[in-house]
Design a protein around this ligand. Structure first.
Ligand SMILES: Nc1ncnc2c1ncn2[C@@H]1O[C@H](COP(=O)(O)OP(=O)(O)OP(=O)(O)O)[C@@H](O)[C@H]1O
Ligand SMILES: CC(=O)N[C@H]1[C@@H]2OC[C@@H](O2)[C@@H](O)[C@@H]1O[C@H](C)C(=O)O
Length: 369
């Protein structure tokens, strides 16, 4: 249904930190990125955040999930209505629960919000539910941004293996070789979640000081990390697992508790060091050292986290802005790009990104009636 050649698509992402929705436009044929377009952001109100928070960890049909879906759909409809030039929408939704290992009795993942509803409201085709097929076929269902990272590296003209790191609530890393013919080719990519990143730092600041985050990493910079606690954190079985692997937001419940007896600054420094140490552990899995690490996501604004990363890694660490990319919008852009891939029947994940046995084109396409 999409005519051949490049199309403008809009992607939207509601991330684990529950702050709001990012949307961004990308001109792509599903393989190459030809241009980046408009971006926009729609914060969730406090009431909306409460509705979403109350539904975390829940599956479809459980209490609070319908209300959460409505919040997600309304926010996306408002934001995406402004992106009038988009021929196709990529709608990630809000992850409420993610259980690719089947610990809850079934292997499943749940992103709140219906693309069917959004397609009707916006009067445009919507690709959504990007993760379920991958999980059903035995994959982790995440991370999905790596195929886009590959295209972004080619867009930036890179010619040696590099890594991209997303520092959101959870961190995920992609090692890639831009000389490969495409992201689906063996040896082009290795991607996985590295561990918790901003989520425990935010939770600490919220619990102790009532704030939303450690602004600029100032609190952590004023403290000293307890390296025994960092080592204990690294003993978690997640770090022994061979990638690909993905994390649920609440998989490290003891991390915040472990810093209980420390001062505010030392606790922040410890959680920050733990996030960086988890990334460094991730580097041990790379096929070869990357020429540089390019960082996206809100965590790149945390100077303490960036310093800790640079100290632990044997390569330059820089924000993705050094490549001309927008570190706040990479995930939204990724779902625009992935939507076009789905509409064109191209794969969006594979053995080296989600661990699924074969290449998968995840995502449902809903057209307005
Ligand atoms: N100026 C800043 N100083 C310190 N930390 C910051 C700053 N700006 C953003 N952050 C951190 O980044 C987080 C938001 O990051 P981002 O928007 O990339 O996450 P997300 O997309 O919601 O998460 P995920 O990628 O896990 O889905 C904030 O919650 C905060 O912890
Ligand atoms: C299940 C889920 O929503 N996972 C998110 C989350 O946030 C960061 C990390 O954990 C990553 O695995 C993923 O998001 C990005 C967009 C991804 O799929 O690449």
């Amino acid at each position: 249904m999409l005519k051949p050649g490049p199309v403008w698509a809009a992607g939207a992402m509601s991330g684990t930190s529950l702050d709001g929705v990012d949307a961004a436009m990308v001109l792509t044929d599903g393989q190459r990125i030809l241009d980046f377009g408009r971006t926009d952001y729609r914060p969730y109100s406090e009431t909306e955040q409460e509705v979403l928070r109350a539904a975390l960890g829940r599956w479809p049909g459980e209490p609070g999930v319908e209300a959460a879906a409505e919040v997600v759909e309304t926010a996306h409809a408002e934001l995406l209505a402004g992106m009038v030039d988009a021929r196709l929408i990529g709608f990630h939704g809000q992850t409420l629960a993610h259980d690719p290992q089947g610990m809850s009795g079934a292997r499943r993942t749940h992103q709140a919000g219906s693309g069917r509803v959004l397609a009707e409201v916006l009067g445009r085709p919507v690709v959504w539910d990007f993760r379920s097929t991958d999980v059903e076929l035995g994959g982790q269902g995440a991370p999905l941004v790596p195929f886009f990272h590959f295209a972004a590296a080619q867009w930036a003209g890179l010619s040696a293996p590099v890594a991209f790191l997303n520092l959101g609530g959870v961190a995920n890393v992609t090692w890639l070789d831009p000389r490969a013919a495409g992201p689906e080719v063996a040896g082009a990519l290795l991607a996985f979640d590295t561990g918790p990143a901003n989520a425990p730092i935010n939770d600490l600041v919220h619990a102790r000081l009532g704030g939303a985050r450690d602004e600029g990493g100032a609190l952590a910079l004023a403290g000293r990390a307890d390296m025994d606690l960092v080592e204990r954190f690294l003993a978690h079985p997640f770090f022994l697992r061979i990638p690909p692997k993905s994390l649920d937001r609440n998989e490290f419940p003891d991390l915040l508790k472990s810093v209980e007896r420390l001062s505010d600054a030392d606790a922040a420094a410890t959680l920050t060091a733990a996030a960086a140490a988890a990334v460094a552990r991730g580097f041990e899995h790379f096929p070869e050292p990357p020429a540089a690490l390019y960082v996206a996501g809100g965590g790149r604004m945390n100077a303490a986290l960036m310093v800790e990363l640079a100290r632990r890694l044997n390569c330059p660490v820089a924000p993705v802005e050094d490549l001309g990319l927008d570190g706040d919008m990479l995930e939204a852009q990724a779902f625009a790009y992935l939507a076009v891939r789905v509409a064109r029947g191209l794969p969006t994940s594979g053995p080296s990104t989600t661990g699924v046995a074969a290449l998968v084109g995840g995502g449902q396409l809903s057209a307005p009636s």
